[in-house]
Design a protein around this ligand. Structure first.
Ligand SMILES: O=P(O)(O)O[C@@H]1C[C@H](O)[C@@H](CO)O1
Ligand SMILES: Nc1nc2[nH]cnc2c(=O)[nH]1
Length: 328
């Protein structure tokens, strides 16, 4: 049915036209515009003198990583304008600014996920906020199911690559008009996970093995699925045939946004459950077990992440005179 709108004055017409223009623009950019994210970064930076160089995202049950920070400023996500709120147990929903040694760090104690109802562009908003706060290196962690039969609960997998099942189906945080201030329209991902950081992380990991730790470190491929259900046996068998080592519900999309805006990306998965690829098995994955596994590996993960942060800091010192204490 056609609809005819009449306007009493030219002013009414102009108001209507500008409303429609901004509404159609917002259809694409709401929650993601550069200006909005700059506003959030400015809000945070106006409340702390600390200028972070490294960003950390704590996954399910991995929030304890934040406790190694000498915290200088803490925000609850709910007090940050336009910031998404975590709704999942095991994600405290706090943004912390502090030091790890002499390295200035910004740390998300908990993330938001697509399955919580957020658009992907909103899920990656905190990554872009970190970028505009000055973060150059980002460390992402997640809880994941071990698809590779050699992986055991408590193992750690350094992510060397990912399969983005959401993205292959068209759900991508970069979908929509591209703002070149973030990065190019078509971004290459063959070097998404930084080689130097992976090598350093492996070197640091080897010390635990030498000290007799039972934790095994791997390097492997992470697959992101939409969640929130855990996978069926048929899905897991398919993932394994495809060469997937671990499966989860986050990280890959954040890594895409971080790489797109030029950050150096490192990600790791804590294997919190062994995926069940057989039908006649009693055990079933659950979120409580995921969180519990995170807590069990707390001290090793904290130690390892902290040494990696220091290693990045030392690397900076070698290449710049200023270092990374956030005061330069
Ligand atoms: O935030 P991450 O990816 O660590 O959380 C994983 C995926 C689900 O949110 C949850 C399932 O237990 O853990
Ligand atoms: N998709 C998925 N995410 C997880 N997070 C922790 N364990 C799992 C799992 O088995 N599957």
């Amino acid at each position: 049915m056609d609809c005819v709108i009449t306007f009493r004055t030219r002013r009414d017409y102009r108001l209507y036209r500008s409303f429609i223009r901004s509404a159609s623009k917002n259809l694409f950019v709401s929650g993601s515009s550069y200006e909005l994210i700059k506003g959030i970064a400015d809000f945070l930076l106006s409340r702390t003198d600390l200028r972070p160089k490294i960003g950390i995202i704590c996954g399910s049950g991995l929030g304890s990583v934040a406790t190694i920070l000498d915290v200088k400023k803490e925000f609850s996500y709910s007090e940050i304008p336009h910031f998404p709120r975590s709704t999942v147990p095991g994600h405290a929903g706090k943004l912390l600014f502090g030091y790890m040694g002499n390295v200035a760090v910004m740390c998300m104690q908990g993330r938001v996920h697509f399955y919580e109802g957020y658009d992907l562009v909103k899920c990656v908003m905190p990554v872009r906020v970190m970028k505009l706060c000055g973060v150059t290196h980002i460390i992402m962690s997640n809880a994941a199911g071990g698809v590779n039969e050699k992986y055991n609960v408590g193992d750690i997998m350094i992510v060397k690559d990912h399969v983005n099942f959401l993205g292959l189906g068209g759900l991508n945080p970069l979908r929509g008009p591209n703002d070149d201030r973030w990065g190019p329209r078509f971004v290459a991902l063959n070097k998404a996970y930084d080689q130097w950081m992976r090598k350093k992380a492996k070197e640091l990991a080897s010390q635990y093995q030498q000290q007799g730790s039972r934790t095994t470190f791997h390097e492997g491929v992470y697959a992101v699925v939409g969640g929130p259900n855990f996978e069926t046996v048929a899905e897991l068998r398919m993932l394994r045939k495809m060469g997937i080592d671990a499966v989860g519900m986050s990280t890959a999309t954040e890594a895409i946004a971080a790489h797109h805006c030029g950050m150096t990306v490192f990600a790791f998965s804590l294997i919190t459950n062994k995926c069940v690829l057989e039908y006649d098995v009693e055990e079933m994955p659950n979120h409580e077990e995921v969180i519990e596994s995170g807590l069990k590996q707390e001290s090793l993960v904290k130690d390892w992440v902290s040494s990696l942060v220091q290693a990045v800091g030392n690397q900076w010192l070698m290449h710049t005179e200023k270092g990374c204490n956030g005061l330069d």
